[in-house]
Structures are given as structure tokens and as C-alpha cells.
Design a protein around this ligand. Structure first.
Ligand code: KIV
Ligand code: ZN
Length: 522
């Protein structure tokens, strides 16, 4: 008999906590649709109490998903109620509540005397809060997950006590996070085996793990815990998440699949959807995949040396432990161009995981044609960038109406911009260290702003001289980061658009005040 490992995807929650990776509503819904195609078991859609935008995202994902949708909440009534509100339309709602259990977290987060004076008293208070939270969540849904935050560094006896108590209170999944990515694979595996021994009612719940990658051990720790009894793996696409990220979904799934000769575990992931999902997440979050990233990096199936190429031609298995087809890397590139019709574009987008219809399709087609005028061949990665750009539209965009740049080896770089917003027009010029700097300074002058620039990068989406340039600009305003992307065959124009988009998103967030986040203590 084979044992199933449930795949709990947290790209939309922990993944979105990656610095600068914020996703808008439409992007979240698109990613959730693709996760459904990938056939994950649980989609963690967000942390509703942290902002109205998060609540709405969880609501929209739950409304259309046929999967279990989880919403995260601290072990407090207000958060649990928000999670329930956000999940009201979910077919299979899961409330996921968490509280810290390690000494270092308890002393840091529950330092106030109202939680008790000694560590022992505080531990009692935390245990009561955990049980109360699970009992309260249980009044809304049968499917309640409890996470003991920083379980990796929690005293084993206390951890077992908390886990037993929350299972008694009704938790159906108990999650053991290695929040700080500190544990060692055999040590983490033993932790799971130990819980199975110590917790009398452990058979009434599924053991889950949630490993962070601070030491690069998240996938190894997850696999070790599976060997010791965990049956749910929390992970994210491309391994994105807080700090060094979470365990990468594609690596866990393919390791289990490729080395099925060693064990009896399986997942229900449709592995051929991995590549599309990975590219979609990368283009929406702006988090670029390193070329040598296992499974989904550009070089994952590239063979450079003559000896390797020769071996591959004779027998692919000489240097490949899995085929590119098995993870959905396209073998033939379908190229669209100026003569491609709307339906051809729609079909291609759909095979890449984007559902575009009606007025939205018209808009996307128009942009497609204007790019096709400048660039003869349009590749899948160009379309992904185009979709990322389309879905990240601010409510009130600052539009680049005119741009003139003068630059060269013998002249001082100068830029003039004209920007339109809400019917008004602003125009200014500036010099700068280079054409992009001149352009950014002209924008700041035109809008009477100081520089909020946090990071800037530009990359080409495909190879060749006519490639689209995608610029990413991050602005930092207090604690908040705003990411703008711009796409054009002209990288200066792409940079100006990216800067204006980031400024527009900042403006939206100020005016609509819906992006405020609470200090969630994760
Ligand atoms: O890393 C962590 O501990 C978490 C929990 C909230 C599951 O993200
Ligand atoms: Zn986490």
C-alpha cells in the first residue's frame, strides 16, 4: 500500500511574504487557478486579518476553488473570525491558526506579565490560547489546522503536550514548522517520530510540516519528516517565502516521484503543470528563478559540455534523472507573430494557464499587436510578462504620455517626460548619471517627489536583439514595498513605465488604505 503525502501550497501566503513580492487580487486568483490545475490538495490563500486586501483575496480564491482553501490566523478571536469571513464561500474551508511554542518566541512575544511571570506560567497561557483558538475555529468548520510556530526549536515535552491538547480540542491537522530553518534533517525526522511516540491521540490528526530554507535544508527536512510519519508537506512554488523561503514544491514532489524506488509515498501533483506554474509565479511576483534552480531553472535540463551532449544523444538517461517533459518544459516553441489571430493568442495563453476572455482579451490582444509590430516573434515568456503587466494595473495609473531621452558617449544624459494622471498633465526634464537615472529624476521632478527607489533591475525576457525588456522597480515607503514592472522593446521606456507603475500602486494604497498590514509576528 502506498501512502499519500498531501501537498499544502502556501505560495499565496508565506510565498507572498517574500520581500517585494506582493500580488494583486487578480494575480492571486490566476495563481490559484493554476494551483488547481497542478492539483495541489490545499491552497493557503492568505492571512485575512492582516489587511482588507488579503481578506478579499482569500474570499475570491475560495469562491471559485474546488480545493480545500486555508486561511491563516493568529490564535485570537478577531483573526479567527476574519478567517471564517474570508472563507464563507469556500467549498472546503480550513481555518489555520498558529501560536509560538519555543521558549525564545514565548519570552519575546508574550513578555508582558499578563501572560504570567515565569516561563512555565507563560507556557500554560500559550497552551490555553492554543486550545481556545482551536475550539473557537471548530465552531465554524470541522477542518482546523493548528501550527506550533518555531516547533523546530521547541522543547519536545512541551510541544507534545500542546499538540495533544489541540487534537483533543478538535485540530484535524497539526503542523510542525521549522520556522527559522534551523533544524538538521535527521534531527527534524526524529522530532516527528518522537511526537508519534509521545502524543497519545496523534492518530486522530494528520501531521504536517512547514520547513524554511535558511540553511538550504528545507526540502531535506521535509523529506526526512515524511519518512518519519508526516503526511502533509507545506511548500511553495519556486520555494519563495519569508527570508530564504519555504521548501520548494517542485523539488519535494519530483524527489518523491523520481526516487519512488526508495519508499512508498506519492503525491497527486500533475507534474507536467510544474513549469507553467513556476513561470507564472515568477512573472507575477517579479522574483526571478536562478538559472541553476533544480527542476525549473533555465539550465535544469541544459547540457553544455561535449561529453555530456554526446552521452545525451546516445541515451538521455546518461545525464538526466527525469525528462523535461515530466515537469512540463515545452519541447517545441510555438511562436506567435503579427499575423496571429485573437483566438490563437487566447489558446496559447490558456495552455500557459491564463484564462482571458471578453473585454480583457481585447485589451491583451491590442497590446500583443503593438508588441508584434516592434518584435517579429513572440515567445511564451513574452506572453507571461505581458500578462504580468496587464494584471498589475493600478486603479489610477500614472501614464507615460511622452518620453524623450538624449544620451551618448559625448553628451550629458537628459530626459524629458510628460505624465498624465486623473486628467492632469505634468512635464519636466532632468539630466542624470545615465539615461535611466535622468528619466527617473525627470519623473520625480514632474511629480514633485523625493526618490523612494529601493531597487531597480532590467532583464530580457527572451534571447535575441528584439527581445522584450522587463524592468522591475521597487519603492520603499516606510515599511511598505511597492513593485512596478514595465515592458517594452525599449528598456528606457520599460524602466519609466515600471517606475510610474510602482508610484501608482503606492498612490492607490494611500488613497484606498486597503493594503495596511498588521505586525503578524511571523
Ligand atoms: O513559518 C511558520 O512558522 C509559519 C506558520 C505560521 C505556519 O509560516
Ligand atoms: Zn512560514
Amino acid at each position: 500500500m502506498k501512502d499519500k503525502v498531501l501537498i499544502f501550497d502556501t505560495t499565496l501566503r508565506d510565498g507572498e511574504q517574500s520581500p517585494g513580492a506582493s500580488l494583486n487580487l487578480q494575480e492571486k486568483v490566476e495563481i490559484a487557478r493554476q494551483l488547481e490545475k497542478l492539483n495541489v490538495d490545499i491552497i493557503e490563500a492568505g492571512f485575512p486579518a492582516s489587511s482588507p486586501l488579503q481578506l478579499e483575496a482569500v474570499r475570491q480564491v475560495s469562491e471559485e476553488s474546488g480545493k480545500t482553501v486555508a486561511a491563516l490566523c493568529r490564535a485570537v478571536e478577531r483573526d479567527i473570525k476574519s478567517a471564517h469571513d474570508a472563507l464563507r464561500d469556500a467549498r472546503y474551508p480550513r481555518i489555520h491558526t498558529f501560536i509560538s511554542t519555543s521558549d525564545i518566541h514565548i519570552l519575546g512575544k508574550f513578555g508582558h506579565d499578563r501572560y504570567g511571570k515565569t516561563l512555565g506560567e507563560k507556557q500554560r497561557a500559550v497552551l490555553r490560547m492554543a486550545v481556545d483558538a482551536v475550539s473557537y475555529a471548530k465552531t465554524f468548520t470541522d477542518d482546523v489546522e493548528f501550527s506550533a510556530e518555531d516547533a523546530g526549536r521547541t522543547d519536545p515535552g512541551y510541544l507534545a503536550e500542546v499538540i495533544e491538547a489541540v487534537i483533543d480540542a478538535g485540530a484535524t491537522t497539526v503542523n510542525i514548522p521549522d520556522t527559522t530553518g534551523y533544524t538538521w534533517p535527521s534531527e527534524f525526522g526524529r522530532k516527528i517520530a518522537d511526537l508519534k511516540q509521545r502524543v497519545a491521540n496523534i492518530d486522530r490528526a494528520i501531521i504536517s510540516v512547514h520547513c524554511h530554507n535558511d540553511l538550504g535544508l528545507a526540502v531535506a527536512n521535509t523529506l526526512s519528516s515524511v519518512e518519519n510519519g508526516a503526511r502533509q508537506a507545506e511548500c511553495s512554488i519556486n520555494g519563495i517565502g519569508e527570508r530564504a523561503g519555504n521548501a520548494s514544491l517542485e523539488e519535494i514532489v519530483m524527489a518523491l516521484k523520481v526516487r519512488s524506488d526508495l519508499h512508498n509515498y506519492y503525491t497527486d501533483i500533475i507534474t507536467e503543470e510544474i513549469f507553467n506554474t513556476s513561470r507564472m509565479v515568477s512573472s507575477f511576483t517579479g522574483l526571478i528563478i536562478q538559472p541553476n534552480k533544480a527542476i525549473v531553472g533555465d539550465n535544469a535540463f541544459a547540457h553544455e559540455s561535449g561529453i555530456h551532449q554526446d552521452g545525451m544523444l546516445k541515451n538521455r538517461q546518461t545525464y538526466e534523472v527525469m525528462t523535461p517533459e515530466s515537469v512540463g518544459v515545452p519541447q517545441t516553441t510555438i511562436v506567435l507573430g503579427r499575423h496571429s489571430g485573437k483566438h490563437g493568442l487566447q489558446a496559447r495563453l490558456s495552455s500557459l494557464g491564463y484564462k482571458v476572455t471578453g473585454a480583457e482579451l481585447e485589451k491583451v490582444y491590442e497590446r500583443f499587436l503593438s508588441i508584434a509590430d516592434k518584435k517579429k516573434e513572440i515567445y511564451d515568456d513574452d506572453l507571461r510578462v505581458l500578462m504580468g503587466d496587464e494584471l498589475n494595473k493600478p486603479l489610477e495609473p500614472l501614464e507615460l504620455d511622452y518620453l524623450h531621452v538624449n544620451s551618448g558617449t559625448a553628451s550629458i544624459p537628459t530626459a524629458t517626460v510628460r505624465i498624465k494622471v486623473k486628467g492632469a498633465t505634468y512635464e519636466e526634464s532632468s539630466t542624470g548619471d545615465g539615461p535611466v537615472d535622468a528619466c527617473f529624476k525627470a519623473i520625480e521632478r514632474a511629480l514633485s517627489l523625493g526618490s523612494l527607489l529601493y531597487s531597480y533591475s532590467v532583464r530580457s525576457t527572451t534571447a535575441g536583439r528584439q527581445a522584450l525588456g522587463e524592468a522591475t522597480v521597487r519603492l520603499k515607503d516606510g515599511e511598505q514595498l511597492f513593485t512596478g514592472r514595465g515592458v517594452s522593446t525599449d528598456i528606457i521606456e520599460a524602466s519609466a513605465k515600471a517606475y510610474l507603475q510602482a508610484l501608482s500602486l503606492r498612490q492607490d494604497s494611500k488613497e484606498h488604505d486597503n493594503n495596511k498590514t498588521i505586525d503578524n509576528g511571523i
